[in-house]
Design a protein around this ligand. Structure first.
Ligand SMILES: *[C@@H]1O[C@H](CO)[C@@H](O)[C@H](O)[C@H]1NC(C)=O
Ligand SMILES: *[C@@H]1O[C@H](CO)[C@@H](O)[C@H](O)[C@H]1NC(C)=O
Ligand SMILES: *[C@@H]1O[C@H](CO)[C@@H](O)[C@H](O)[C@H]1NC(C)=O
Length: 413
């Protein structure tokens, strides 16, 4: 072994023009034995050619992997030789990425956003201006500092009455994740318009602090240059850029799931809050921390609701209550489209990565309702077709209302 390990990373490092993924193939790999799992783990650790979208974490948890065309044959042979099952999800992911952007429609005349496609940061921030003007008694623009490249980390506060407890919502920590920002703006739209009685009540009962894109540089870079860019864009050495913001928060930082190698897409940085984005957002949260009733963090993908904490499978704080709330809420999520989520600690149902915003907030302020959504889906990942965007928004919003309902029902809120 073998070419999978040694080729250069040139297609990742090019930054001035748009990187294409022609004939890059997306695999769903299904390790079934300890041996399979060890092999997949060693590939994840050592291969600079294969791009892993999920970290191999347990036997029988499928892994999403992309191979460039020149390594396909060898990769498939290595898997076959070991009896590891795999499916080819997409022969050519570039085609899927093209479809995501070609169908993009412009905003309509009365300043509504569309939720039938992935949104851009410019569209979202412009829409915020419109909301703040048009619904000035309910919506205020809020700022949580700036990114490394000087982009604003902008959100909205939705509040109809003063003196309410706060709920914080974030999305867009991973550049390539275009789904969570769009789901988060859908939530904003429902709460701000208040057409649905339950949404209206939620916007009266709580003060919502909502930031759809915590990693604006990474998001923009994914839109403009490298579709599969995960991290922020701060230079970390002469040749490397970026830190994985989802693992840079001050809770069990570096304990598991992250890499200490700046070249890796899951590089955790030099320490907790080493990045301007996590640092300034954490300062913002400090200002509302004592008033927090909840935090919900949204990201693609995997269909999991993660309950703190990632470093342990033990039920900590109000874990049992949160699992009860989460399971019922994921039942509500499944009503419209039968999308199935698992609920539990990251260690039990996902990859056990530590250093998340949710774990940090739970540990620091212990608000009653804290969870991380890994949104749709289980196989397409970042190539999720646009016709799944609106359904993702709708079902997720249904589950958010259910979380509030169930939390009140068992006296957690
Ligand atoms: C992708 O593969 C197809 C079929 O093998 C081939 O015709 C095409 O030239 C390839 N595209 C690129 C850009 O390599
Ligand atoms: C908000 O905008 C809509 C249409 O763009 C308009 O019908 C409505 O009257 C506006 N509301 C306020 C409070 O300005
Ligand atoms: C960032 O926000 C500030 C304050 O609202 C605004 O004046 C500035 O123009 C914004 N910068 C960018 C790059 O959008």
């Amino acid at each position: 072994m073998f070419n999978l390990l040694i080729l250069s990373l040139c297609w990742i490092l090019v930054s001035s023009e748009k990187v294409r993924y022609d004939n890059f193939t997306l695999y769903n790999v299904q390790p079934a034995t300890e041996r399979h799992f060890e092999f997949i783990k060693s590939l994840h650790k050592n291969s600079e050619i294969l791009d892993f979208w999920s970290i191999p974490s347990t036997i029988r948890d499928d892994v999403s992997v992309v191979s460039p065309p020149q390594s396909r044959k060898e990769f498939e042979q290595e898997l076959a030789r070991r009896g590891i099952k795999y499916d080819i999800v997409l022969e050519n992911i570039q085609q899927a990425f093209d479809e995501q952007t070609q169908t993009r429609s412009k905003r309509d005349v009365d300043n509504g956003l569309y939720w039938t496609n992935y949104q851009t940061i410019d569209e979202i921030y412009e829409w915020f201006e419109y909301l703040a003007k048009n619904y000035s008694s309910v919506v205020t623009i809020i700022h949580a500092g700036q990114s490394h490249e000087g982009r604003n980390i902008t959100g909205v506060k939705i509040s109809r009455q003063s003196g309410r407890r706060a709920i914080f919502i974030d999305g867009g920590q991973v550049g390539a994740d275009w789904l969570s920002p769009t789901v988060v703006t859908y939530i904003i739209n429902q709460l701000a318009m208040g057409d649905d009685p339950e949404a209206r009540a939620a916007s009266e009962e709580f003060e919502w602090h909502i930031f759809p894109i915590l990693n604006p540089d990474g998001h923009q870079f994914s839109q403009d240059s490298v579709r599969l860019w995960m991290k922020n864009r701060r230079p970390t050495s002469r040749t490397t850029f970026g830190v994985d913001l989802t693992k840079n928060w001050n809770s069990q930082w570096g304990v598991s799931g992250g890499s200490y190698n700046p070249a890796d897409s899951n590089y955790i940085g030099l320490g907790p809050f080493s990045e301007p984005e996590t640092r300034s957002v954490s300062r913002y949260i400090e200002t509302i921390g004592s008033n927090l009733a909840g935090l919900l963090s949204f990201r693609a993908f995997g269909q999991r609701l993660l309950i703190p904490f990632a470093h342990s499978s033990d039920p900590m704080y109000n874990y049992q209550d949160m699992v009860t709330i989460g399971r019922r809420a994921m039942g509500s999520l499944a009503v419209k489209y039968n999308t199935q989520y698992l609920v539990g600690t990251s260690r039990n149902v996902h990859d056990g990565s530590t250093g998340s915003i949710a774990d940090w907030v739970k540990h620091r302020f212990n608000p009653p309702v804290v969870a991380t959504y890994q949104l749709r889906d289980r196989t397409w990942g970042y190539t999720l077709p646009v016709n799944q965007v609106l359904p993702s928004c709708e079902e997720t919003f249904d589950s958010l209302m259910a979380i509030l309902r169930e939390a009140k029902f068992i006296n957690v809120l």
